[in-house]
Design a protein around this ligand. Sequence first.
Ligand code: SAH
Ligand code: SF4
Ligand code: F3S
Length: 479
Amino acid sequence: MKTNIKNYPDLKVAQKRDTNKTVFVNANFDIVSSLKPIVEGDKYFIHTLGCQANVRDEETMRGLLSKVGYISTDNVSEADLIIINTCAVRENAEDKVYGEIGNLKKYRRENKDKIIALCGCMVEQPEILNYLRTTFPEVNLYFGTHEIPNLLDYIFELKKGETRIIDIKSKPGEVIENLPSSRLNKYKAYVNIMYGCNKFCTYCIVPYTRGKERSRKFNDVLLEVRDLKKAGYQEVTLLGQNVNAYGKDLDEGYDFADLLEAVAQIGIPRVRFTTSHPWDFSSKMIDVISKYDNIMKCIHLPVQSGSSEILKRMGRRYDREKYLTLVKEMREKIPNLSLSTDIIVGFPNESEENFNDTLTLCDEVKYENAYTFIYSPRRGTPAAKMEDNVSSKTKSLRFRELVKRLEKYMEIDANNYIGKTCKVLVDGESKTDQNMLSGYSESNKLVHFKGDKNLIGKIVTVKILESHTYSLIGELVNE
Ligand code: SAH
Ligand code: SF4
Ligand code: F3S
């Protein structure tokens, strides 16, 4: 099949990091006037997997598509353009995509004018891309995480007769400020403060798929948050793979604590941030979090393992003791702090003793929330080449044991809410019961309660009556 390969990914190139300062460029929208008459009124469908970085990318793609008159649809069968925005962090994220393309390819067989596109982190891996393009000839557009600004150009070229386009450049990346965005939520917004990752934890594919760490300018972030406040947003979440690295690639002299403080001062009711690497979490940060009421007292602090030996092999740059010292300082200085984490079970050659260190760390920290994963080898990362003598059966048993241990503390924490009131930002109707509303407390607990739909988008007070491990049930308090 004739394919226009503009750029092909290369993990060796993706791995390179230079010390150059971040480059800022502008996107070009010259194509809009030529493409609009061709696609205006056409429908598009996007499915996003993965993390908030991908969600934010989806919002950019929506912004671009609406510039030329595309209309969004939730019904994939009527879409003229289908985009799957993929994630590569674990094998099961990739398996979902294989299944999904299998189901979609019939649409293009029925109608050759349709465009099926794959983007996101998965296509940044050369071997996966080789497999995809030979197995799924129906997919006629592949573009990488750095190529989103060119989306409209690719569509134009396909409409003009190109049969298949691949454009995935494993470049370090830059920052582009003039991209449109069509936000998916009217009350809660993600705000990128930086892109990429330089940490290269040995198990992780993200630094290869997302390029080098690069920060947005201090004032550009503040401008966006001020606009969101004017538009009535109740909550912003500042996003980065490691927000604590903010500003290191710029000459502005601001760090993440400065940025967080300036964002809090804008006065949006709720400010959150994710993710924080324990390695460079400063005392200055802890002081800023405790100083401002509108910075939510929630910190997502991925530990990955409780064993210093495993942490060393993961390249995490801290050990068990340093992590626990940081947690102690946080709990002392931030009353009612809610701590959450990510943990990987079954890293190569994880011994019973190493795993037990993870269990006892959970006993010490008593996380309010946790995400657990079984280690998934990612081709091209150092850990994928490590010897592994742990059977998958042992990994599954450990995984279940860890979840049980974490749930014990989550249940105790949830029980503590009973009889107390909490402030809830109402998201909408509950997914499990249409007669209930649901939203998140300041401490990020999912709360269900009965109430009128005009409360959606507002912050209300709810008295908690019942607790479950992953949610709370309460009643509205009339103020
Ligand atoms: N930048 C963030 C998030 C990275 S991905 C951070 O550093 O916390 C989210 C989580 O996925 C990680 O915290 C880790 O727990 C998990 N993860 C990453 N690579 C993985 C792999 N190869 N196998 C299993 N879990 C993985
Ligand atoms: Fe992956 Fe580590 Fe970067 Fe997080 S900090 S994205 S786990 S390499
Ligand atoms: Fe997945 Fe890429 Fe995010 S690998 S977790 S979508 S950065």
